[in-house]
Design a protein around this ligand. Sequence first.
Ligand code: ATP
Length: 308
Amino acid sequence: MAYPSTQDTVLEFPILIGDIGGTNARFAIVVDSYAEPREFPVVQTADFATIDEAIQTSILDQTNIIPRSAVLAVAGPVDGDEIDLTNCDWVVRPKQMMAELGFSDVVVLNDFEAQALAVVALGEEHLEKIGGGAAETTGSRVVLGPGTGLGVAGLVHARHTWIPVPGEGGHMDLGPRTERDLEIFPHVERIGGRISAEQLLCGRGLVNLYRAIAKADGKDAKFATPAEITGAALERRDEIAAEALDLFVTYLGRLAGDLGLVFMSRGGFSSPEALPRRSCPPCRTAGSGPPSRTRRRTARFWPTCRCS
Ligand SMILES: Nc1ncnc2c1ncn2[C@@H]1O[C@H](COP(=O)(O)OP(=O)(O)OP(=O)(O)O)[C@@H](O)[C@H]1O
């Protein structure tokens, strides 16, 4: 890929950073490597025909800071010069962005590849130990997160650096385990004859699950949105919603456990000394990065870089 313009060039500040999901796009501008990012209000992807229009209207027209570069974490496989988002109509065209929005560089990476890199930078205050044993400092890790879809990525340590492993783990099959699951699963909507994890573990998935429980019990499903279901469940106003939310977190835990086995994820809770607390700002350190194709997209963000 032709971006950034040359592999070992430092990204120029200010940098526009973006997390582009199927429903929401979140942007911020980082003016230098020490400043807190300046965040902008969340953009609904449905409100703009293109990502370029959203950036122009919601960011560039709202500030006198002129970003010179952009780093965009997008919900979809990153390949080629036209990057389609999985759950919305936007297409990211980095070269066009550079030509029309004035960026000298645009770096695009998968959103969960970015999440995977970010977990190395989490401070102890953000970690909760839920199992026994001690963490292995360079043990593998897995991140997963339900949103519009279900994102999954791994993080492995090799050759003295962290290597993110993006994938489509949200589409793994998820099957019934308990007697209750066996009652509910026949009523879960399938796609192509399958119930993938994403059919249950995302906003739309919570609604699917809620409807399947209602059908299994021969009751009416009165809620239509994920927010209504979680609201009713948390306030224990509705039994079906409460069970849907309970099963949602159970299935999420099951999937996390299975993915932990796939990656042998023993990285877990780490001591603050064991790993850097902050991910690296853009820097020149690329020497210990991962194989070239991945590095081209993410080299500037290796948490193990020694630039600071
Ligand atoms: N209160 C809520 N309870 C449950 N789900 C909710 C709630 N509010 C919003 N959602 C759902 O969360 C999803 C959006 O989440 P998020 O903002 O993380 O997504 P995104 O970043 O656009 O998605 P992705 O990165 O998966 O493409 C939508 O499916 C929405 O319906």
